[in-house]
Design a protein around this ligand. Sequence first.
Ligand code: FAD
Ligand code: FES
Length: 508
Amino acid sequence: MGDKLQAQVISLWVATAGTTGYAPLDTDIDVDIAVIGGGVAGLTAALALKRAGQSVAVIEAAQVGSGVTGHTTGKVTSLHRLVYSELAGRHGADTARSYGQANQAAVEHIARVVSDEGIDCGFRRVPNFTYAETDEAVSLVRDEAALAARLGLPSVYTPDVPLPFPVKGAVRFDNQAQLHAVRYLQGLARAVDGAGSFVFERSRALALRDGSPVVVETERGSIRARDAIVATNVPFGDKGSFAALCILHRSYLIASRAGSAPLEGTFISVEEPMRSILAVDVDGASYVLAGGEGHRAEDSGDTAERYRRLAAFSRDRLGTREPVFRWSTQDGIPVDGLPYVGLMSSDSTHIHVITGLRKWGLTNGTAAALILADTLCGRGNPWARVFDSTRAARAEGGSPAGHSVPIPPGPQQAAPDQEDTDAPMVPAPGEGAVIERKGEKVAVYADPAGNLSAVSAICTHLGCTVEFNVADVTWDCPCHGSRFATDGTVIQGPASTDLASRPSPFKR
Ligand SMILES: Cc1cc2nc3c(=O)[nH]c(=O)nc-3n(C[C@H](O)[C@H](O)[C@H](O)COP(=O)(O)OP(=O)(O)OC[C@H]3O[C@@H](n4cnc5c(N)ncnc54)[C@H](O)[C@@H]3O)c2cc1C
Ligand code: FES
């Protein structure tokens, strides 16, 4: 058993951003473009389209910034660990160059939007480093630095890495940036809403029909539009094809009060366990973020131990005090290494998607949004082909090749009633357990005071059984990554319906 985890379970960005108050959609409206999802991809696309003269409606299931973007690290950079060596090796230098150009253009786009729209989001120019601690890793960063420079990116190799522990060398990209992710999104939303365009919160898309027009339905209103963009991170309305093309990967972050001299730059390690570092001042308080402990969404393991390892790294190597905030989130890693933007499937006519942002979506999501905005305005975009969402289906003649994903069960079989056989254990305070009760799986949570609440354990997406995540206090689906609060509310899709409430199987 390790130390007790003290930090609040909320992201630094969500905790310090304040709330937005856009009304839910409660009527039927007509616009040029419907955007589903108020994260970086959706709001960036919406603003670019509005600026190009289109009327836009964004619907966000919860609040602007409540998704993955609100739980990011906050690095705005085209240096994504060793991405150029990876992409050049797999697809050739031209594809690596396109990826780099699109992401570097995204860094500059974000800088311009922050300035044009006067967004107060702590946007700060910093160098970004991928650092090596061993001789073997130094040769990797030397190669990455040289390759990225040849591709035209602002890259150098340096032995001088401003970290408070010994490091052998790093790739450094100059003039990169960091920002407060939720304040940035709130600024985008302010710029989108008004003059015939809209942002609606607490408005979950429940159905989406392709055609002319496209129709998006929510609980209390609908949008008719020429085109729709699905920017829900894990695509809403997709029946699993992108799940086969993207590995959903979760990572963990802690924010601790800084202990000593501020760090100048943002950092990520080459070696495993991968560690990501960023220092930031928010409202006069200095924090250091340490991230890592990534794994496929279905392989959570001991989540509390993951936070303890990050806290030990932050304390021992970065000299921070105890963590104040901790959180986790997940993103799609595309199997061929490139994000997906374009038509939802080769059969779609007016439904478009942005997904597979490979944990670098502040820039990949911005780049993808700008590509889509160009496409929808009839303008060419030099990077559209490399990011094309239908490339796998085209290559395979219609059936995309991907990785295998856990297969949801068929209709739930009546299971033996454990209540009548082995008496299930009541979860300890702060824990949860899936119990079989009268042939139904029920997810039971005991709050820290021991009060029990129960919801159906069957994920409302495609029917897998959820599992309890003890460190984040959520019910997580191992199949395609949906996450639910203990009262059953959807936190993250693709599920769009809450887990139904159930009576507790235990009498107290
Ligand atoms: C731990 C971690 C750290 C990261 N750090 C960085 C970083 O430092 N720099 C970087 O560039 N990238 C980083 N990333 C990646 C980046 O944060 C993501 O790629 C990006 O934020 C994804 O944006 P999005 O718009 O696709 O998704 P989201 O921000 O999740 O937006 C989608 C929105 O859609 C809403 N939604 C879902 N379903 C529906 C529905 N049915 N109807 C209406 N709305 C719906 C959700 O509520 C959500 O707000 C990190 C990723 C992880 C996992
Ligand atoms: S079955 Fe797909 S996310 Fe749960």
